[in-house]
Design a protein around this ligand. Structure first.
Ligand code: B1M
Length: 561
């Protein structure tokens, strides 16, 4: 991976940057002069860290080593640089990709110094066992936490994804970790975390402080419900930096007590495990006012087809830059910057990275699609899928209905069984797409090599390419169904679903039952394009996604609660 020196890594030049003032006068970018000229060795090394500069790092570390022991270089100089990075990030003055670039330099520096250090027990600021819980395959969130903690002086034992509590506890004991950190993105993972805490109680292991993180968690759930369940201390970390703050506080013996919640906030941040409780869904009763269509599209063909040759550059056109830049790469609009200014900044900063990544990953991503159409009819909340000819039931989906408001349910968009016969069934589409497993292999290598910034960039492109392929193929399906001409000409409008019908993914709020993936597999049999369903109804490769395609013009995203 070629070394890239940063341009201006900060978004604005406001007073907070005075933290970096002593580096300002010698910015490498504009002057072409030696960026370190006139700086003490301490400031030189801090500049390496804060500005993420790898060039000449080894030489400067050797200079420092001539006058200071390596451990002191790490603790007093390099970690101080990382502290500044954390402060800039916390104040919204530095973006995550640049934080990762600083972490890369930190890691490279520690690697350089390690051979000269004796490993002193307890020389780290604290230790944490990190795992993604059983049944959950999400790696990136946990790995970002690993990068931030380990490059800020903590010892991290990262044991990977899908970890049962037994291995979490035995590895924590074996590696003498003080804290346990659990991550998970699935709604189900929040229940697994609860079960894990109960096991720890039972085994008298509540001496471990536990930090929990992941998108399906809420602060209220952790700091109230789980705090009540666990006999020890349990904390919620919204992001890696909150994890860092918590580790600091736990390590310094300040043993923070979870903040008491404002009762109003607790009411509004209700927990999402209700997404798993069938008792909370309405499977019968009053229908919505959606009228199925009198004239439905012709079945384009019956059953499933596959496409194994897709031009990846065509797929790239369907990547939603907002989801990539803000969602995956986590660029944030700094306070005081207007939206148009931020868009321009993003275009200048993230745009070239996007172009580079497209070039580098073009050959790694292997897009493949399986899709199909089936005769169908609704019966209450059920959607019945028929065999070819429409006479015999093949399988049925049972969708939940909104309890309030419009009382929507996916089956309402289809003609009812009472009003159709085998010759006049409605039509439903299904799709499943993948960009293959090559990108995960590449991510692993980048992470292991300490190329953290490219790790984040690569992961983001990988998963957003899968989403883009789904968008692209949904467009083809609208054309096959006969209403492709209704599509907007501006591709960007596709990202806000400005087209006829909708693509609903199982596990998302209108059809939350992840187990329906098994029925989709029965219909599409995507194993021949390399997609497998795990026991927990997740898709392998990770960069895959599936959906039910509904043609009704009123079908739009909705939440079932
Ligand atoms: Co999908 N997906 N997805 N998806 N996806 C989720 C996870 C979902 C929550 C969306 C939703 O319902 N609103 C939902 C799961 C819900 C459930 O459990 N039922 C979901 C679903 C259902 C699915 C599919 C099943 C849909 C389908 O195809 N039928 C499918 C499954 C894919 C598979 O099985 N392989 C699928 C597919 C996809 C894409 C491929 C298109 C894409 C990438 C998925 C991936 O990353 N592997 C995708 C995306 C992008 C998302 C969302 C929108 C974003 C996830 C993400 O990349 N976050 C997600 C909804 C959401 O999170 N808002 C969703 C960025 C990542 C860096 O954040 O891991 O949260 P995160 O880590 C953060 C913090 O949480 C925190 O710090 C990190 C850094 O700041 N943190 C910690 C995490 N762990 C921590 C530990 C700590 C401290 C902090 O201390 C120990």
């Amino acid at each position: 991976m070629g070394e890239r020196e940063p341009k201006d890594r900060t978004v604005t030049y406001d007073p907070l940057l005075e933290l970096m003032a002593r580096f300002e006068s010698v910015r490498s970018v504009d002057t072409g002069k030696n960026p370190f000229e006139g700086l003490s060795i301490e400031d030189t090394l801090k500049k390496h860290i804060v500005e993420g500069i790898k060039r000449d790092l080894d030489r400067h570390l050797e200079e420092a080593r001539a006058v200071r022991p390596p451990l002191e270089i790490i603790n007093d100089i390099l970690l101080d640089g990382m502290k500044t990075v954390g402060e800039l990030f916390g104040a919204g003055k530095m973006q995550l990709p640049f934080v990762l670039q600083s972490a890369e330099v930190m890691k490279a520096a520690v690697r350089h110094l390690e051979p000269y250090m004796e490993r002193v027990e307890g020389s780290d600021k604290g230790s944490i066992l990190l795992a993604t819980v059983a049944g959950d395959v999400h790696d990136i969130g946990k790995n970002l936490v690993d990068i931030i903690l380990s490059n800020n002086g903590f010892r991290v034992v990262n044991i990977g994804i899908k970890q049962p509590i037994d291995s979490i506890l035995s590895k924590a004991a074996e590696s003498k970790c003080e804290v346990i950190g659990l991550s998970g993105l699935l709604v189900k993972s929040t229940l697994v975390m609860r079960d894990n805490l109960l096991v720890m109680n039972e085994r008298g292991l509540h001496g471990y402080p536990v930090i929990l993180g992941g998108a399906a968690l809420t602060r209220a759930y952790v700091e109230q419900d789980l705090s009540d369940v666990y006999n020890g201390s349990v904390y919620y970390a919204q992001d890696a930096f909150e994890g860092l703050r918590l580790m600091g506080e736990i390590g310094s013996g300040e043993a923070p007590t979870p903040r008491p919640l404002d009762p109003e906030a607790a009411r509004t941040t209700s927990h999402r495990t209700d997404a798993l409780d069938p008792a909370l869904y309405v499977f019968a009763g009053e229908r919505s006012e959606v009228e199925p269509l009198e004239l439905t599209p012709e079945l384009p063909f019956y059953g499933a087809r596959k496409l194994t040759k897709v031009d990846i550059h065509e797929v790239f056109k369907y990547i939603n830059p907002i989801a990539l830049f803000r969602g995956q790469w986590q660029y944030r609009r700094p306070e005081g910057m207007s939206n148009p200014e931020f868009s321009r900044w993003l275009e200048a900063e993230a745009g070239p990275v996007f172009d580079r990544m497209k070039r580098e990953l073009g050959g790694v991503l292997k897009p493949k699609v399986k899709w199909g159409y089936f005769p169908c009819a609704s019966e209450g909340n059920d959607l019945i899928i028929y065999e070819d000819g429409g006479a015999r039931e093949r399988l049925r989906f049972q969708f939940p209905r909104q309890r309030e408001g419009k009382r929507l349910c996916i089956s309402d968009f289809f003609r009812s069984v009472a009003r159709t016969d085998p010759n006049s069934r409605d039509v439903v589409g299904f799709q499943i797409v993948t960009v293959g497993s090559g990108v995960s292999a590449r991510e692993k290598k980048l992470f292991a090599a300490g190329e953290f910034q490219d790790y984040l960039y690569t992961h983001g492109i990988g998963v957003e390419s899968a989403e883009a392929l789904a968008e692209y193929w949904h467009k083809q399906m609208r054309a096959e169904l006969g209403f492709g001409n209704d599509d907007p000409s501006d591709l960007r409008l596709l990202f806000s679903a400005k087209y006829r019908g909708s693509r609903y993914s199982f596990g998302y709020p209108a059809c939350p039952n992840l187990e329906d993936q098994a029925k989709l597999f029965e219909l599409l049999e995507p194993q021949d394009i390399g997609i497998e369903l795990t026991e927990e109804f997740m898709l392998y490769p990770e960069q895959s996604t599936s959906a039910i395609v509904v043609h009704h013009p009123e079908a739009k995203y909705f939440n079932v609660r």
